[in-house]
Design a protein around this ligand. Structure first.
Ligand code: ADP
Length: 215
């Protein structure tokens, strides 16, 4: 099977600032990788290049063996979970989870089967009709994970996904995400500054001043 994600000498410069200065990284199917490092070392920029929100200055990004370096975000077979949840505020839990499926033209009948299954896996039963503002932070983040995973991406990315939650809730939400990712076999790339959270993943990669530090 081809590698889920490969970064080859990926680099991002903002004027004189080298936010990311040449990173080689790969994620295998089902592998959970944590990107660690102090503030400003280039973690978020690296993740945003993989997601397609930031265009690399140099280097190549491959997903499933195909070059996606210049591909727009919505065409990449990847999902993203943010610290701030970033749910659609006017959409119900069910509609948030169904969003990517509708946009990809998944048949209505299949959406009607897949959304309740995701709701059950995320332990959101009974909350389907609620709006995001009617949910706790932990519940909102579970919806965001459901929305990202519903389209069955090859890669799930998360940027400090538990940063807005208290420690116990954050641990619970991350546990649920890891469990779901393990069931789907997609890769998982998480940015964190917490070595405690990173220890729950398969592999930890540390950045310093835009380059990976040898373990
Ligand atoms: P981290 O996520 O590890 O905290 P970032 O990837 O956000 O680090 O930032 C890495 C470096 O790039 C920092 O020095 C930051 O100030 C700089 N940087 C990030 N985004 C921009 C931008 N849009 N314009 C200029 N500099 C940026």
């Amino acid at each position: 099977m081809s590698t889920t994600l490969e970064l080859h000498r990926i680099e991002k410069r903002y004027g004189a600032t080298r936010a990311v200065a040449g990173v080689d990284l790969s994620v295998a199917p089902g592998e959970l990788v944590a990107l660690l490092g102090p503030s400003g070392c280039g973690k978020t920029t690296t993740l945003r290049m993989v997601a397609g929100f930031v265009e690399p200055t140099a280097g190549r990004i491959l997903m499933g063996g195909s070059d996606i370096t210049r591909m727009p975000p919505h065409k990449r077979n990847a999902g993203m979970v943010f610290q701030s949840y970033a749910l659609f505020p006017h959409m119900s839990v069910a509609d948030n989870i169904a969003f990517g499926l509708r946009r990809r033209g998944v048949p209505r009948g299949e959406i009607a089967e897949r959304v309740p299954r995701m709701v059950a896996l995320l332990q959101l039963d009974g909350l389907e009709a609620r709006l995001p503002r009617q949910l706790s932070g932990g519940q909102q983040q579970r919806v965001a994970i459901g929305r990202a995973l519903a389209v069955r991406p090859r890669l799930l990315m998360a940027d400090e996904p538990t940063g807005n939650l208290d420690e116990a809730t954050g641990d619970e939400v991350l546990g649920l995400a890891l469990d779901l990712v393990a069931r789907t076999g997609c890769g998982f790339l998480m940015v964190t500054h917490s070595t405690r959270l990173a220890a729950r993943l398969n592999r930890q990669e540390t950045l310093a001043s835009g380059v990976l530090v040898a373990p």
